[in-house]
Design a protein around this ligand. Structure first.
Ligand code: SAH
Ligand code: SF4
Length: 356
């Protein structure tokens, strides 16, 4: 069976040509697919016989809502979606003043094994197809009756470990005949798969690259992020500089603040030194305490001191606004089905979490 929603317009034209169809037909079908139809029968300007033929040869990926948590405070919605083989991933829809941002998954599970991450603890199952990435966005738009304007590839999985499918997804989602979400409205987050950062840089897409740094030196980083044993911080930052040179896009560094692990003044000074002179931005995030990791979030006073040191060295910092804190909106925990400390607390004070 052909995964029809993962095809580019040109590929779809070639498939339809094989079926003896004119190329404008492909344009009509492409439009339907990217509007989010779930069956060929919804394509009302296509003949019944062609719809039947397509149904025999192709399938349309969709994401089915298995669970849904709605934050009472800020309209953040966290979804657990399933695909046709029953595998599940999480996705989070956030509302900002400029519109809706969706944080989608790129793999079922992840191979990278970061020790603070719920997804990493669960291991790897499979890559998502481009159509399954699109389907997450389409399911959210239909569920909330909204348009998504921004995307972050920050859900489950390591996008650069599923490079070809992710690039294909990016091309499809930014196609002006499709969802038309421009590259400048998309961020891709990576734990630091260095060779793929070079490959991405060479494509010169106008994406925002987010790098999950989480430590100022190899000693700490190799303990929390096994990927660092393969490509250390120097190599990673060199790849980031190359990305900057090729794209002229500021890089955003994610830094999850973990109590007594990476949050000292000395860590802040070391980080400032490493990033000195680079067009970079640091996002400090209090780590989400996942059960079984033994990690705790840094105290508010630590976050302030850390961010002051960075700012004094001329680095721009934001302490990330945590949306949907009552539903524990960071990914990996809904699927894992285990309750973290924060989850439990959220449930106890359960002000308004609606569960589907
Ligand atoms: N694999 C990619 C993208 C998915 S993870 C990456 O690692 O960048 C998305 C972000 O969530 C990353 O910055 C990741 O480090 C962060 N993250 C994972 N577990 C977390 C936790 N328990 N608390 C805070 N951030 C976490
Ligand atoms: Fe994978 Fe990212 Fe989680 Fe690390 S933080 S295990 S790379 S999803």
């Amino acid at each position: 069976m052909i995964d029809i929603k993962s095809l580019t317009l040109e590929e779809l034209q070639a498939e339809l040509k094989k079926m003896g169809q004119p190329s404008f037909r492909a344009g009509q079908i492409f439009k339907w697919l990217h509007e989010g139809v779930k069956s060929f029968d919804e394509m009302t300007n296509i003949s019944k016989s062609l719809r039947e033929e397509l149904g025999q040869k192709c399938y349309i990926s969709s994401a089915t809502i298995e669970k849904k948590l709605i934050s009472d405070y800020d309209d953040t919605v966290k979804y657990l979606f399933s695909f046709r083989d029953g595998e599940t991933v999480e996705s989070v829809l956030m509302k900002y003043h400029h519109g809706y941002t969706s944080c989608i998954s790129t793999q079922v599970g992840c191979k990278m094994g970061c020790t603070f991450c719920a997804t990493g603890m669960g291991g790897y199952v499979r890559n998502l197809t481009p159509s399954e990435m699109l389907a997450q966005l389409q399911a959210e738009q239909a569920d909330r009756n909204i348009r998504i304007s921004n995307i972050v590839l920050m859900g489950m999985g390591e996008p650069l470990d599923n490079f070809d499918n992710v690039i294909r997804f990016l091309k499809l989602v930014s196609d002006d005949k499709g969802m038309n979400i421009g590259m400048r409205h998309i961020s891709l987050s990576t734990c630091g798969v260095v060779p793929k950062i070079y490959e991405l840089a060479d494509l010169k897409l106008q994406l925002t690259l987010s790098v999950s740094l989480h430590a100022p030196n190899d000693q700490i980083r190799s303990k929390t992020m096994p990927v660092n044993r393969r490509w250390g911080i120097d190599e990673l930052l060199e790849a980031c500089r190359y990305y900057l040179k090729m794209t002229n896009r500021r890089i955003s560094f994610e830094y999850a603040m973990i109590d007594n692990v990476n949050d000292s003044d000395a860590c802040a000074r070391e980080l400032a030194k490493r990033l000195h002179g680079m067009l970079a931005h640091v996002n400090l995030i209090p780590v989400n305490a996942v059960n079984g990791t033994g990690y705790k979030k840094s105290k508010a006073e630590r976050l302030r001191a850390f961010s002051n040191i960075l700012e004094k060295s001329g680095i721009t910092v934001t302490v990330r606004r945590t949306l949907g804190s009552d539903i524990n909106a960071s990914c990996g925990q809904l699927r894992r089905g285990t309750k973290s400390e924060a989850d439990k607390k959220g449930a106890e004070n359960d002000a308004g979490i609606q569960q589907k």
